[in-house]
Design a protein. Sequence first.
Length: 200
Amino acid sequence: MPKKQLSAAQGIEAACILFSINTDAEGMVRLAHSAQLPSLYLEGTGAICFCSEWRAFTHAVVTAGLMQYAPNSVLMGYLRQTGNLLQNAAQAQPLSQTKPVNQEPLPTSGSGSAGKPDGLPSGLEAFVDGPFAQYMPLLAQSEQSQCPELFCQRLAVETARVRGEASPLDNQSKARLAAVMAMLISAVWDKLEQYEILAD
């Protein structure tokens, strides 16, 4: 069966939709509950840390999928939407009025930079150089089985930094989380494989 063709713009839009539907705030909260994470991660700043980490992982999953199934121009177009995606996700987050420490407002693509030499606003730079950069090598090198352990380590460290305390995830919670992460990778990559995304 022939693949459905998408223009470059449609491919970028499809990738953004994949990110958005997998980082819906209510869905992330349900995910945390279904994985039976410690209560620390189910509300307030702990939940914000969990959602922030999940967004970084999801963004890396979509990016790695585009590396496999889309032209470089589409990959770069999607990456240029990072600030918009995070801004939209932050505005839709009903978990708390409290912003995570060091989480600065992210301008949309039409806004100016925050004065960084590379043109990235500092909140976006921290996201790209921090959690996103740690997941990407694992996903790009087919070592995604290491992502759950990295996720749990980063979540505990970040929550301890923000709240001054963190609870380690037990083995059952880790296993549930790993299963959901594997399903996300499979679902996103399978969906992208169904399309023939054209270059500009």
